[in-house]
Design a protein around this ligand. Structure first.
Ligand code: PMP
Length: 407
């Protein structure tokens, strides 16, 4: 029995109702971005029509309304991730921006020549490149937690990688190309034993798990609005107050200051110190509407349904002969990366597209993962709670057609 009424919920998503070529779209590219419920689309339009006005700087009606809505959105995020303080929630433009903020600002203060930063082999480029840029700037060293062929990180290796020079560990909650759910609680415990803070890239974690940053005890957690049914161009950085207070601003400009003179500028308190310039304030309201929508359904029910659907998809997909899967951890989200025989991933993706199925092909911004397996890319099917068993059956049928066509 499904824990949610999927057919009813699908009606909340206008895009899922449309046809692409011949039939209603089957959208399996949720790890790249999720579709938006009408509530999110409507509130965005409503705010532009009725309340649009820049926040924090006005005394007039519209500005006050907009500021209040923006700060309420921050409070919704705080509750969603159970942050201790509201000022530990920084609005950014997305996961990439959040990681760059920490890599620059934490790095500026705490990382020096010869120090070490640890990431894992399965990171998205967003959780590699900003740290590499930092290491280059500071003459620090980037170390990598290895993974095994199942796509599971070697935590014993993490223990031995950590040294007195290690300043931060940054790892993905869930891998976007392998689907592995990393044991972030264990990673955090290991790092904290050595007094090393941990940043979690939650781009694929937040929408498929209940994230309690206090229980996790992570030092930073980053995610993107667009991957959790919210708008593009808005994201979140959660950071523990003790770190954020010590970190210098990442960008300078309006709103991040208490006062400015040519002699000296005094920076604003948290969270504004890290929100220079005009933020995507209507995006923040869209994001908080998405989070409230998920709360209304119940994250526990969403997770239970997604688990059922993942097991169904797994059973059906592994039964197809001649598919090679990448990422076979016991702890996996509904992300399936595979290749059919010797068929190029682009060809598979193009053929599935013509059958009205949207999948992603390529490296998924994880080139080191592709190099590990000695491949150029994969076909990736990533599920959401609005996907159905019927859609998976149709995918299986379509994969079999692709195989026939390339015979
Ligand atoms: N990390 C992971 C694990 C991701 O899947 C993605 C998006 N594919 C990102 C980071 C970057 O997210 P964004 O492009 O929204 O900043």
């Amino acid at each position: 029995m499904p824990s949610i009424d999927v057919q009813q919920l699908r009606l909340d998503f206008p895009l899922l109702q449309r046809k692409t070529y011949n039939r209603q779209i089957v959208y399996f590219d949720n790890a790249a971005t999720t579709q938006k419920p009408s509530k999110v689309i409507d509130i965005t339009s409503e705010y532009y029509q009725k309340y649009n006005s820049n926040i924090h700087r006005g005394v007039h009606y519209l500005s006050e309304k907009m500021t209040e809505a923006y700060e309420n959105a921050r409070s919704t995020v705080q509750k969603f991730i159970n942050a201790q303080h509201i000022h530990e929630v920084i609005f950014t433009s997305g996961t990439t921006d959040s990681i760059n903020l920490v890599a620059f600002s934490f790095g500026e203060k705490f990382v020096h020549e010869g120090d070490e930063v640890i990431v894992s082999h399965m990171e998205h480029h967003s959780n590699i490149v900003p740290w590499q840029m930092l290491c280059e700037r500071k003459k620090a060293v980037l170390k990598v937690i290895p993974m095994n062929p199942a796509g599971v990180l070697d935590l014993d290796a993490l223990e031995s990688l950590i040294s007195p020079k290690t300043k931060i560990v940054s790892v993905a909650h869930i891998s976007n190309s392998l689907g592995t759910i990393n044991p972030i609680d264990k990673i955090i415990a290991i790092a904290h034993k050595h007094n090393v803070p941990v940043m979690i890239d939650g781009a694929q974690g937040i929408q498929h798990s209940i994230v309690d940053v206090q229980k996790l005890d992570c030092d930073f957690y980053a995610f993107s609005g667009h991957k959790i049914y919210g708008p593009t161009g808005i994201g979140v950085l959660y950071g523990k107050e003790k770190w954020l207070n010590e970190m210098p601003p990442y960008r300078g400009g309006g709103d991040m200051i208490k006062n400015v003179s040519f002699e000296k500028t005094v920076y604003a308190d948290l969270p504004f110190k890290f929100e220079a310039g005009t933020t995507n304030f209507i995006g923040a309201i869209g994001l908080s509407t998405a989070l409230k929508y998920l709360n209304q359904i119940g994250m526990d029910k969403i997770i239970a349904y997604e688990e059922e659907l993942k097991l169904y998809a797994h059973r059906k997909l592994i039964a197809i002969p001649n598919l090679t899967f990448y990422g076979s951890s016991d702890k996996k989200a509904g992300i399936f990366s595979f290749l059919i025989n010797k068929i190029h991933h682009f060809d598979t993706g193009l053929m599935l597209d013509k059958m009205d199925i949207a999948v992603r092909t390529g490296t998924h911004c994880t080139e080191p993962v592709m190099s590990f397996f000695g491949i150029q890319g994969t076909v990736r099917v990533s599920l959401s709670f609005y996907n159905t068993e019927d859609e998976i059956d149709y995918l299986v049928e379509s994969i079999n057609k692709v195989k026939q066509l390339f015979k």
